[in-house]
Design a protein around this ligand. Structure first.
Ligand SMILES: [Mg+2]
Length: 131
């Protein structure tokens, strides 16, 4: 059991931990997840092993629940048990009037409602507008 004051590190998936392509790039993918050719960020497993020794880990992606579950099962070492694994269903939607499209927001109030102190939360995401 990890100490409760340990920082919670919330990791995004796409473009943060890996790149999932509809069609393979010029080099062979590291793995396949569903229909996607997946390229892991270099040293991803080392990174996950290292951060899990210092932080409590969680995953929050704006992708579908099935995809998120498959990714976590495929790329996380078995001994890392994330505090939570959240997908699009835990995001809220906003409308971008300039691009005329909906986008997803990770509202940290949802994390606070789970009892986490937001002063002890780090979120790593390639899309700043998501949180
Ligand atoms: Mg991302």
């Amino acid at each position: 059991m990890q100490p409760l004051d340990q920082i919670l590190l919330i990791l995004d998936i796409d473009e943060t931990l890996l790149y999932a392509a509809d069609r393979p790039l010029e080099r062979k993918p590291d793995c396949r997840i569903g229909p996607y050719a997946v390229y892991l960020r270099p040293f991803l497993t080392d990174f996950l092993n290292q951060v899990s020794q210092h932080y409590r880990i969680a995953v929050w992606s704006s992708s579908s629940p099935d995809y998120v579950e498959s990714v976590v099962n495929s790329i996380f070492p078995k001994w890392i048990i994330p505090e939570f694994i959240w997908s699009r269903e835990r995001c809220i939607t906003r409308f971008d009037p300039e691009w005329h499209e909906q986008y997803y927001i990770k509202d940290l109030k949802k994390v606070r409602r789970q009892g986490y102190n937001l002063e002890r939360v780090l979120i790593v995401d390639d899309t700043p507008q998501k949180s």
